[in-house]
Design a protein around this ligand. Structure first.
Ligand SMILES: Nc1ncnc2c1ncn2[C@@H]1O[C@H](COP(=O)(O)OP(=O)(O)OP(=O)(O)O)[C@@H](O)[C@H]1O
Ligand SMILES: [Mg+2]
Length: 276
């Protein structure tokens, strides 16, 4: 079953200062199957966050539609869980309190929600930290708590916008492996935004490669890398290297095209291939 469908999405923003119109998303269509991990990849400013925010219901499309489980998205809702870049935890609540908050809102009984909360903390490697507060955790741990909190609500689609961007490279690798293991165990439906090619390929079943602004789908690349995945095996996997190279090529050609036609430069095209 298709959990998320984006059809002919277009988004035009009006610049608050100049009044100019900015066409962020030209025409974007793709779907995410239930239990599938799909990443959206593209140069900086191409509209990745805008696509995610439209799915979350924070941004209204100019035209086109977004539906989750067959229902058109009009506003934020508990069927879509967003993992923010670590700033959305309640600092006055304990780790367990943060994880069970959504369940409490849904009216789940205390015993059951604490049981479920502990289960998800265990899953992300935070067992034993139930009674700590967010400020007592490292950045990586807070990110894992953000993941646990969204997973505990069992949303139809989990939305993640560069959740590991501000984390050091080594910890990031660990978090990517953690997320992969959790995905392989639980099979949530994940919509992940990144400009790091290696990260997208390592995590995903399919990668949606966007062009520069106004963005369109350049290509949807299927990742042929067996699961369970780990960085140790991925870096030597010819399929992994080939897919990374192919996406690198797509983005480079797109960047050249943008320069030739006198558009804005390629910006940070996230040639973020920090894999050794
Ligand atoms: N609220 C807004 N008002 C006006 N313009 C906006 C707004 N939000 C985004 N934009 C513009 O839309 C375009 C796409 O922005 P968006 O944040 O979606 O890109 P992105 O691909 O996520 O970039 P990055 O990789 O840097 O995170 C950019 O040119 C941005 O300046
Ligand atoms: Mg963004």
């Amino acid at each position: 079953m298709t959990a998320l469908v984006i059809e002919n999405l277009e988004k035009v923003y009006t610049d608050t200062y100049t009044g100019d119109e900015v066409v962020a998303i030209g025409d974007v269509s793709f779907g995410v199957e239930q239990g599938e991990f799909v990443s959206v990849l593209g140069p900086s400013g191409c509209g990745k966050t805008t696509v995610l925010n439209t799915v979350a219901g924070f941004v209204r499309p100019t035209s086109g539609t977004v539906s989750v489980d067959g229902r058109e998205v009009g506003a934020p809702g508990p069927d879509r869980g967003v993992v923010f870049q670590g700033h959305a935890l309640f600092p006055w609540k304990t780790v367990l309190g943060n994880v069970v908050f959504g369940l409490r809102m849904k009216g789940v009984k205390r015993r059951e929600r604490e049981e479920r909360g502990r289960e998800y903390l265990e899953l992300v490697g935070l067992a034993g930290f139930e009674n700590r507060y967010p400020h007592e955790l490292s950045g990586g741990m807070r990110q894992r708590l953000g993941v646990a909190r969204v997973l505990a609500n069992e949303p139809a689609v989990m939305l993640m916008d560069e959740p590991f961007a501000s984390i050091d490279a080594q910890t990031r690798r660990r978090l990517q492996e953690d997320l992969t293991r959790i995905f392989e165990e639980r099979r949530p439906t994940v919509f992940f935004v990144t400009h790091d090619i290696d990260e997208a390929v390592f995590l995903s079943d399919r990668v949606v490669v966007l062009s520069q602004r106004p963005s369109t789908v350049q290509e949807i690349v299927t990742v042929d890398l067996p699961r369970p995945r780990s960085w140790r095996t991925a870096v030597d996997d010819p399929g992994f290297r080939e897919t990374v190279a192919r996406i690198n090529g797509l983005l480079a050609v797109d960047a050249d095209r943008g320069q030739e036609s006198g558009d804005r430069g390629p910006g940070d095209d996230g040639g973020g291939t920090d894999a050794g």
